[in-house]
Design a protein around this ligand. Structure first.
Ligand code: KG4
Ligand code: ZN
Length: 339
């Protein structure tokens, strides 16, 4: 069975092919020009997806050594994401499926991230505790099977990736903030500043607005004392912020492991590219004798492979979709229940 996966929810256009359970192409075209604007410009993102989808499909088919007639299922991200961006890949995939007379499977972007550990050779074992950390979401999810997931906690304000992006902006570091903070942090002292880990009423919920405000206060304080922030102070703040942001994730994930029957631990989403977070999650999992599965870098950020895989899973679970199924900009999933 050949499954095509199309991702276009934000600023990555990506098309992947899974052939007989093997990933044979995963092409990702990142819209780096958004850097010029300090963030993703939705209108420009949609236009870039439209320009890139067709050439990317041709290259993906070539790399996978198939023709479009070999495709058995077309899957595409249906949300959450920027509605204009979503529509480009969704409509492209839906029409391709119609022209080929094959099923079209809409995929929830977050579900794509959640199951991305299953793209690896060493797969997670159910029940898997998955920490999803991206620019839009911070969620702890207990995954029981291909069609049953339980939300244990999520952010009550900013997503962790959003906090990295905003703190980077405050420090004058380039967008996207995650990699910029990580680079600066490598040269800084994580113990230089003590930033708070916010308390939340939900046992496994996260909160990043207090941490963000504490960083802003510190930057303003240093600025008034010295007029400017030295590169050393930027590095120290980046390192101290990164530590606090990641400590919060590790504390809640540790609590969830203790309270639930879990066999594996997985980490996904754009922020899963963070080196300190990868190391901390690996250590936490090992401490609790869990199988730890952290996808490779190309599967942490937005990618078509995770969409193709999730599309394949849903198809195999018997899911079929009506012609009038629409993309959804907000979070929605019929398989995720509140824990
Ligand atoms: O999953 P993703 O590619 O897109 C969304 O669905 O949001 O995640 C993007 C987020 C951005 O906030 C970016 O700053 C963050 O992932 N990110 C990182 C790192 N690389 C990307 N955050 C921390 N450390 C990194 N190395
Ligand atoms: Zn994502």
């Amino acid at each position: 069975m050949v499954v095509l996966g199309i991702e276009s929810s934000c600023d990555e256009t990506s098309i992947a092919v899974i052939n007989g359970g093997r990933l044979t192409a995963n092409l990702i075209s990142s819209q780096d020009f958004h850097k010029l604007y300090g963030g993703v410009v939705p209108e420009l993102s949609s236009r870039a997806h439209i320009q890139r989808l067709q050439p990317l499909l041709k290259s993906a088919l070539e790399q996978a050594k198939i023709t479009k007639e070999d495709i058995d299922i077309v899957s595409a991200t249906a949300g959450p994401g920027l509605i204009g961006a979503l529509l480009t890949g969704f409509v492209y995939g839906k029409h391709l499926a119609f022209a080929l007379n094959k099923p079209f499977i809409p995929v929830n972007h977050i579900e794509g991230h959640i199951y991305s550990g299953f793209l690896m050779d060493e797969k997670p074992i159910f029940p898997v505790l998955v920490l999803v950390v991206s620019g839009g979401h911070t969620m702890l999810i207990l995954v029981h099977s291909e069609v049953k997931m339980e939300i244990l906690g999520s952010t009550i304000d900013d997503a962790v990736g959003e906090a990295f992006d905003k703190v980077a902006k405050m420090l004058g570091l380039p967008y996207p903030g995650g990699p910029s903070i990580q680079n600066a942090a490598q040269k800084g002292n994580p113990l230089a500043y003590k930033f708070p880990i916010s308390e939340t009423s939900g046992k496994y919920d996260f909160s990043y607005s207090g941490l963000k405000t504490a960083v802003l206060r510190m930057i303003n304080k240093i600025k008034t004392e010295d007029e400017v922030i030295s590169p050393e102070a930027v590095n120290d703040i980046a390192a101290s912020f990164q530590k606090a942001a990641i400590d919060a994730l590790i504390i809640k994930t540790g609590k969830a492991i203790k309270a639930h029957n879990v066999h594996s631990l997985s980490l996904t989403g754009g922020v899963a590219a963070n080196k300190l977070l990868r190391e901390s999650i690996t250590n936490l999992g090992q401490k609790h004798s869990l199988k730890v599965v952290i996808p490779g870098f190309e599967f942490c950020g937005d990618n078509g492979a995770m969409i193709a895989l999730r599309g394949k899973m849903l198809y195999e679970a018997g899911e079929r979709f009506d012609d009038d199924f629409e993309p959804f900009p907000e979070f929605y999933s019929k398989y995720l229940v509140n824990g």
